[in-house]
Design a protein around this ligand. Structure first.
Ligand code: ZN
Length: 160
């Protein structure tokens, strides 16, 4: 299995080319958007390995995803009940971290790559209020980053 560093490094190169293209098409793109998409790109680069208990990727992803879900929860629900927020965070983290999974299962498929990219497309479209072209570009880069992980896993078949 290529290490998480390899996945992030390869995707960083792809991402920089994509960024260049985005700025050619949309020179007015804001820095906040770029920061959010960079974060998404890093997450999707290693996301497929969330199904392995051996790697440290899962610890980090569980933490990052639980924080993001808790932020969404805070935005949508009552702030005063801090214990429900703490409970929500703990449960989300534990489910992502410890749910038994089979390595190279459904998260290592193109279908899942498509679905996750689509979800992130809708998130950027509705929450960041990007125009349709930028959102479409977002979908493309996330799908490419995610899928590059799957391709790299197939090319480098080192035992894991
Ligand atoms: Zn993998």
């Amino acid at each position: 299995m290529p290490s998480w560093k390899t996945h992030i490094f390869i995707n960083l190169i792809i991402f920089l080319f994509w960024l260049k293209l985005l700025f050619l098409l949309r020179p007015e793109t804001g820095i906040f958007y770029v920061v959010v998409i960079s974060l998404f790109a890093v997450i999707v680069s290693v996301f497929p390995d969330i199904d392995t208990n051996k790697s440290r990727v899962r610890n980090w992803l569980a933490l990052i995803l639980a924080v993001m879900m808790t932020i969404l929860y805070l935005i949508n629900f009552n702030l005063s009940e801090w214990y429900s927020v703490a409970l929500f965070f703990t449960v989300s983290y534990c489910v992502i971290r410890f749910f038994p999974t089979h390595h190279r299962g459904f998260t290592h498929t193109l279908n899942f790559s498509f679905i996750l990219s689509l979800i992130l497309f809708f998130i950027t479209y509705f929450f960041l209020r990007t125009d349709i072209l930028t959102s479409f570009m977002t979908f493309i880069i996330l799908f490419v980053c995610y899928s590059s992980h799957l391709i790299l896993d197939r090319i480098i078949k080192i035992q894991d």
